[in-house]
Design a protein around this ligand. Sequence first.
Ligand SMILES: [Zn+2]
Length: 286
Amino acid sequence: MGGGGDVDGVRAFAHVKALVDLGPRPPGSEALEKARLYLLAELKKAGLEGERDPFEGATPIGPIRFENLLASIPGESPRSILLAGHYDTKLFEEFRFVGANDGGSSAGLLLELARALASRGKPRATIRFAFLDGEEAFREWSGTDSLYGSRHLAARWKKDGTLANVQAMVLLDMVGDRDLQIVGETRSTAWLRALLAQAAADLGHGAKFFKRQLALEDDHVPFLDAGVPAAIDLIDYSYGPPQPGGAGAWWHTAEDTLDKISAESLEVVGDVVLRALPRIEERVLP
Ligand SMILES: [Zn+2]
């Protein structure tokens, strides 16, 4: 277990628990605003000023007010590495969906990564953090009903020039499964995957990474489409007993609860990202 500049899985898990304790956290809900207040307060404790990025989006259930949360650690270079993950949970009316893994784990680990990185010295490359809202579809996943926060942020950053400096993106999604199996997401950039695979192998976690290959649409796609040269989606798409055509029996069900995830898995993913980061920096800096 790490402290200081290392990722502490127990801390990441405590963040996930705090979010899960708020109940279902779909976009536009009061619980999601409470999640934002929690994330902003924790960022502040880490010495980081969170920025609210609100916007309204048209959804199949009507207009929804979304809000990404952004933070950054300025580096010696404006060239940036973006670490991101969604913090909303999918809207389900027929059961109580608390999204411990799906929406909780990405936000909790991202927060712990922010703390660990902020406690280190000034990085060479600027590190940006994006807690993305509206990853989930309200009805059927489509180009217009999904990825609301990432589509908004990629467009906003393209317009204001920020995106030109974003050289690489590491996306976290469903990174807490106690039986961790990160898929090799095939839209992800090959060199980034190779660096993360090397980092996983260095740390003795190679067997948990990239054994199964799968193309997935996730929050990295709008950034790749907007011109970010490299992005990878770190996602465990085998959550619970296998289900045909799905991500496992606990995915998008009432079973996505804290007992299915572990501090150990969160720490493994966090350690691998931190281990790979200097090599990613080296690759993206001139
Ligand atoms: Zn989901």
